[in-house]
Write a protein that binds this ligand. Structure first.
Ligand SMILES: [Zn+2]
Length: 430
């Protein structure tokens, strides 16, 4: 290949990525509008769209309302059937695996509680089995499977090793190589669950493209994803965002699984809510939750506690209110430190937003400095408990859009850059 042809291929790849990204952000949109928004000329846009139509990446949806002189223009959207994305979350008490289409809609889901097989090998074996199941279902469509993402609750190094997961007690588990040996897919990502969630919140949905966003993922523990100036803040070793382990009860705090005491997640995570309910019931307080769990506190869940609170159960309401107070204090600290545009609450506690948010807003406003507070919006993730899997799917989606040529088979009249589907030679950009 000559230098000129390499440059042409690179330019064509970049232009195709630009067209796909314009479609992602603005569809339904006409060819002329794509040209206007992207700065590409109309001939280039038309040629790229022809290739994308031939490869089922784009659909024509009929005439758009806006018209060029003398003729209506046709609207285009990304084709949801272009291919499938596999995304999973290895949580502290559960495994969640989904397949999404290219419109990032969940089309298949598997969810399991995992207390009964809470060993490292059993968990990893099971999540691989579930991925294989949904991969087999996706293969029936005959469309490509773009990649696989797995979110994990702990520190993850750049090579996909789970360095430390405090709430699982796991250290130095090489998860990514294991997935790469099992699945022959172009993209396989293993990342911290909250980092994925934050990337998802800034890629799709109402907070898409926000400048600075902090995602607080409150499940059994609390993870944090920091998107600052459109970039995921990783810290010097890739471990930034461990907000669940900021010390928030300096004296007499509960022991945390990280080895410290008084960490934020010991008072504000799902595990803290459960502990409050259990201790109150052991202390003799009456609650609907006794009947709802059949007297077995192992059956406690956030949806169940919300259900009790909705029926006016005083214990459930009090436990959620106390949790909301601690969440509000931690969020005030985040607002003061980072001055973010958004703080988004995700994870299982987002399911209790009707009870938590009024308290969070009240307490955070009291503790945050007024100027940064006035510039921050505190909101609930639209994906709530799916924030991590949707973030992982968004990560793969973005990788496909940024490096599209490997998926585009050349057509006689409109040659694409590469007819061969191969593993990408360079890592996908964030
Ligand atoms: Zn801790």
């Amino acid at each position: 290949m000559t230098l000129a042809s390499v440059n042409h291929a690179t330019m064509h790849e970049m232009n195709t990525a630009l067209v796909l990204n314009t479609l992602r952000l603005h569809a339904p949109i006409s060819r002329a509008e794509i040209a206007a928004r992207s700065g590409l000329n109309k001939t280039t846009v038309s040629s790229i769209i022809r290739t994308l139509l031939d490869n089922h990446f784009v659909l024509e949806t009929g005439a758009s309302l806006s018209t060029e002189v003398g003729r209506p223009s046709v609207s285009l959207v990304l084709d949801s059937q272009a291919g499938t994305i596999l995304s999973g979350e290895l949580g502290v008490g559960s495994i969640s695996v989904v397949a999404t289409n290219f419109a990032l809609e969940i089309i298949t889901r598997r969810y399991e509680r995992v207390q009964h097989l809470h060993t490292l090998d059993a968990c990893l074996r099971r999540i691989i089995e579930l991925f294989k199941e949904i991969q087999a279902e996706a293969q029936v469509t005959g469309r490509p499977i773009f990649g696989l993402s797995l979110g994990v609750p702990g520190l993850v190094s750049a090579d996909g090793t789970l360095v430390f997961a405090p709430n699982l007690g796991w250290r130095d588990v090489s998860i990514k190589p294991m997935l790469e040996q099992t699945f022959d897919l172009p993209y396989i990502f293993v990342e911290n669950e909250a980092n994925l969630a934050a990337q998802g919140e800034t890629y799709l949905g109402p907070y898409c493209n926000s400048t600075s966003l902090i995602c607080v993922v409150a499940d059994m523990g609390i993870g944090g994803g920091l998107m600052l100036k459109h970039q995921l803040e990783m810290g010097i070793g890739g471990f930034a965002g461990e907000i669940g382990h900021m010390t928030i009860v300096p004296v007499g705090g509960e022991r945390c699984n990280c080895g410290n005491t008084g960490c934020w997640e010991t008072v504000a995570a799902e595990s803290a809510v459960f502990r409050r309910v259990e201790r109150a019931i052991e202390g003799g307080q009456a609650s609907l939750l006794q009947d709802m769990t059949g007297g077995d506190m192992a059956h406690l869940s956030i949806p169940l506690i919300v259900q009790a609170a909705e029926q006016g159960d005083r214990l459930a309401c009090a436990c959620l209110e106390e949790t909301g107070r601690w969440l509000g204090i931690g969020i005030a600290n985040l607002v003061n430190i980072f001055n973010p545009e958004y703080v988004i609450l995700a994870g299982s506690l987002a399911l209790a937003h009707a009870f938590l948010m009024p308290v969070i807003l009240d307490v955070a406003r009291q503790h945050a400095m007024s100027r940064p507070w006035s510039q921050t919006t505190i909101a609930i993730s639209e994906h709530s408990a799916d924030a991590t899997v949707m973030g992982g799917a968004a990560r793969i989606h973005n990788a496909v859009i940024q490096n599209p040529s490997q998926w585009l088979v050349a057509t006689p009249t409109h040659p694409a850059v590469s007819a061969k589907r191969a593993k990408p030679r360079t890592p996908a950009p964030d």
